[in-house]
Design a binder for this molecule. Sequence first.
Ligand SMILES: [Zn+2]
Length: 423
Amino acid sequence: MTRRLLAIGLVAAVTTTILVAALAGCGGGDPADRRLLMVGIDAAEWAVIRPLLEEGRMPNLQRLIDSGVSCGLRSLEPKQKSPVIWTTIATGKNPEKHGISDYIDPTSKKILTSNVRTARTFWDILGEEGKTVTVIGWLVSWPAEAVNGYMVTDYFRFGQKPGRELPEDLTYPEELLTEIEPLRITSDMLTDEEIARFVSPDAALTRDEARELPMDELFVEMRAIDALERTIAPLRDFHAGDRTFLRVAKHLIREHPTDVCIVYLRGVDSVCHKFWAAAHRGEVGIPISHTDARVFGETVDLYYEYADEMLGELVEAYGDGATVIVCSDHGFEGPKPGKKPGGINEHGPVGVLIAAGDGFRSGVEVGEANVRDVTPTILALYGLPVANDMDGEVFEEAFEPGYLARHGARNIPSYERMDRRTE
Ligand SMILES: [Zn+2]
């Protein structure tokens, strides 16, 4: 080789090195090394979150919004129940492909279980790619499936009740159950102080005050005063569920760290169904007592503050440098005049998506994604191909310019194992 050619070769090599280093700098290095924390908050709604952010009451979410990309996440249409939507989030597929249509099978009346699902989840795909995964509390995850890591199913939170056996397969591996059993928090373990942060029972009207009300309000008021304890009781249950999964998540992150950790939290949805009307007296088409408005008027906002605390604790436990995705299955609008209160009638059409970490754009709000897009987007984040039989797409707007060009993979026909249904 002549000296001139050698020099050109050297320049080319140095340039390549600089280029590779520069790309690694702005693209987040090897996507395969990424650690991902995903927190699913059922029913999280921007219309509730935005005013709380403005008041500085959700500082942990604020940090993720500032450092990541955020948008609305459109739910399935027509409206579906939460297990259906969360399964779409986990598979990138519409309900007719993933097989989970409800909580209960409409014909057999049996609860729908993970083995009814006919599509693979993103944690299954990532696990097969060598990522270790932890999945905690996800809807329709019981019985626990074998994963490349740990699975704590949604049924884990229900404590042993007298005369009723706990179902088997609450966790994978099964031995994990003995280790985490002591972490379960049941409603009777919560102190009054732990519940008092969400409600103001002392603000209830006294019976004498109630007797001053006009006749049409008196009955509603007296009933609310009588029911006060019974109205608070479910809050204990919702809170115990979230506290249990938070505690299990922090334990597993500390004792058995994995590349991917997925935590589902149900409390916000339950609290909204129960207490939304109290904060919207006069707007919801049902009579709300002064007592409920006073005692529970702040409960939804206060529970969102708690959800933010849980998020902060999970992010801190998982450690710096991780990618964090927060999403919800639908928004929340509350009961509406003329519509039957409760259930999916109260859900809103658009939930939330926030994604922060290398590869995602930083500090920008972008257009709307769809619940079907979550799995393809996570696969793209890892530089893995999206399957043509998925109904969602990579949410390209979320990524830094050039990221997908550098790490994107060609689509594949399917991740499904053709023998799965006949197994
Ligand atoms: Zn709901």
